[in-house]
Design a protein. Structure first.
Length: 347
């Protein structure tokens, strides 16, 4: 870069988990360019979390389907050009994300080539990177090669801060647990093919409580997941507690205080990762080495991988998830507890 105060636009619009896994990109930009202006374009759901990250100066909230109306495209072009961005970075590799960079007026537009540069994004971005890394975090950081920066190694913790107001909001619930230790169990997932089984989650919850006196708190979002949480709590025979309704920042405050997290490959798993909480992730139609909880402190449980295109894996039955037997997850809990015990003894 020719200036020490460049203006960056990151266009990672959707999927909360993937937005969280992109945070090291923003953090590294801030590290390399302390005086830079760093903006992040995001759809509303992710914006609620991103706006609190210290590396980001401004979150530009972009509505879904913004690019399907020419009038809206012109309006966003006018808005974005007012920022005078030098560089747009497109970690999402879609038409909607790359188009934002193109209409922003940024002369440098960095994106992916190959399979990760989809929907014509390779035509709208003008500095392309063919990634070699496996995990989404490391792959995204490879985009910084086009800024002539050295190879970056991401931190194990994604460093999302706790919002103080949300921390205060959840304190009364946590005090009601009456136990000094708790873990979070999250059964939901945006893909049905990523979901496990409520009865098995309940069996894991009983194992956690009976063996370790750790209270499993079952988190949820929306009516369907609320019902799932209720079924797990009932089947756990008093071991688990249903979490009250939470916002994303309140959920972050809860998982930040948990001893560990157990759940499927979805946004809350990556939220726990971002808060520095050790995770036990359950995987079927995704690979933990590609998009799982990032860092060596996490454990992955997978019986076999549901292969196919993204569309095929999303529409698949959850057979790969159901191949994960309850004792496999209970063994991961035992391993996690042993790790935490050694850490506490050493500390």
């Amino acid at each position: 870069m020719t200036t020490n105060s460049p203006r960056f636009l990151i266009t990672r619009l959707s999927h909360i988990g993937d937005c969280l896994l992109t945070l090291p990109l923003a953090a590294e930009l801030r590290q390399q360019f302390p005086k830079a202006f760093i903006a992040w374009a995001s759809e509303p759901a992710g914006a609620k979390l991103l706006q609190h990250h210290p590396a980001i100066d401004e979150v530009i909230v972009v509505p879904k389907k913004w690019c399907q109306n020419p009038f809206h495209v012109r309006r966003w072009q006018k808005k974005l050009r007012g920022y005078s961005f030098d560089t747009a970075i497109d970690p999402q590799g879609l038409f909607k994300s790359s188009l934002l960079g193109r209409i922003s007026g940024a002369k440098i537009r960095i994106g992916f080539s190959g399979e990760h540069g989809r929907e014509g994004s390779q035509w709208l971005n003008n500095r392309l990177v063919r990634p070699t890394a496996t995990h989404l975090v490391d792959r995204t950081l490879e985009l910084l090669q086009k800024l002539q920066l050295p190879k970056v190694v991401a931190p194990a913790c994604l460093n999302l801060p706790v919002v103080e107001a949300s921390r205060i909001q959840v304190q009364s619930f946590l005090k009601e647990l009456m136990f000094p230790c708790f873990c979070v169990v999250n059964p939901g997932a945006s893909w049905a093919s990523k979901r496990w089984n409520n009865q098995r989650f309940a069996e894991v919850a009983r194992h956690v409580f009976q063996r370790y006196q750790i209270v499993p708190v079952v988190t949820w979002s929306g009516d369907e997941e609320s019902q799932m949480a209720s079924e797990i709590v009932e089947a756990s025979m008093g071991a688990a507690v249903k979490c009250p309704p939470t916002s994303l920042t309140e959920l972050a405050a809860i998982v930040a205080q948990a001893d560990f997290f157990v759940g499927c490959d979805t946004g809350p798993l990556h939220l726990a990762t971002a808060m520095g909480t050790p995770c036990i992730g359950l995987y079927g139609p995704t690979r933990p080495e590609c998009s799982g909880a990032y860092g060596p402190q996490h454990l992955a449980v997978q019986a076999w991988y549901q292969d196919g295109s993204r569309r095929e894996r999303r529409a698949a039955e959850n057979k790969a998830m159901l191949a994960i037997e309850t004792p496999m997850v209970q063994a991961a809990v035992d391993q996690m507890f042993a790790i935490l015990l050694r850490q506490r003894s050493a500390g």
